[in-house]
Design a protein around this ligand. Structure first.
Ligand code: IMP
Ligand code: MG
Length: 187
């Protein structure tokens, strides 16, 4: 499957191949939910969705959880329109309720450099939750700039820029059902 898109500006956006298909994503989300259920049996949890990338994964994951779950949403600045992290993190939208004394699970789309999550975890820890863990559907361990490990990781993937299942390039492609590799070339 190769699809090419030109939006002007001299860059050709090419959907090169499916890296993780819809069926594999579904199966893995169920496995992650089972692991979370086992660890939090009898407890309630606050799931924090990191917008916008984690939105699709979050919606799938929470519906597989047979637990008492509360939703929170945070938005942090990331790449702008490029594909390389600036390393800077800014909170654009914070949670609506205090997290002190709560079991928190941060739900992310991908751990890349690790900058976003190590920053987020640090500032949420200062608010004294009962516990804090991180769940991500994708992980690119080879790209770390800071030491960071997710507690629940869907798939480790190679160093390629991916889109779909919530992940975007320049705000586009989040609605693809599969995780696909995007290639950018000169037009
Ligand atoms: P980190 O701070 O470098 O770990 O970056 C995390 C954020 O970068 C994610 O929440 C994504 O929004 C974005 N990101 C990293 N790699 C990719 C990718 O391959 N495709 C799309 N977004 C990505
Ligand atoms: Mg993101």
């Amino acid at each position: 499957m190769i699809k090419r898109y030109s939006f002007g500006g001299g860059i050709l956006e090419k959907i090169k191949r499916v890296l993780i298909g819809e069926a594999d994503l579904k199966r893995r989300v169920k496995e992650l939910a089972s692991a979370i259920e086992k660890d939090y049996k009898g407890e309630s949890i606050t799931m924090i969705c990191i917008l916008s990338g984690a939105s699709i994964f979050f919606a799938d994951l929470v519906r597989e959880l047979d637990l008492s779950v509360q939703f929170e949403f945070m938005s942090v600045s990331s790449y702008g329109s490029g594909t390389v992290s600036s390393g800077e993190v800014k909170i654009l939208k914070d949670v609506n309720h205090p997290v002190a004394g709560k079991n928190i699970i941060i739900v992310e789309d991908i751990i890349d450099s690790g900058c976003t999550l190590s920053y987020l975890k640090r500032i949420l820890l200062q608010r004294e939750p009962k516990s804090i863990r991180v769940c991500t559907i994708l992980d690119k361990p080879s790209r770390r700039k800071v030491d960071f490990k997710g507690d629940y990781v869907g798939f480790e993937i190679p160093d390629e820029f991916v889109i779909g299942y919530g992940l975007d390039y320049d705000g586009k492609y989040r609605n693809l059902k599969d995780v696909c590799v995007l290639e950018l070339t000169e037009e």
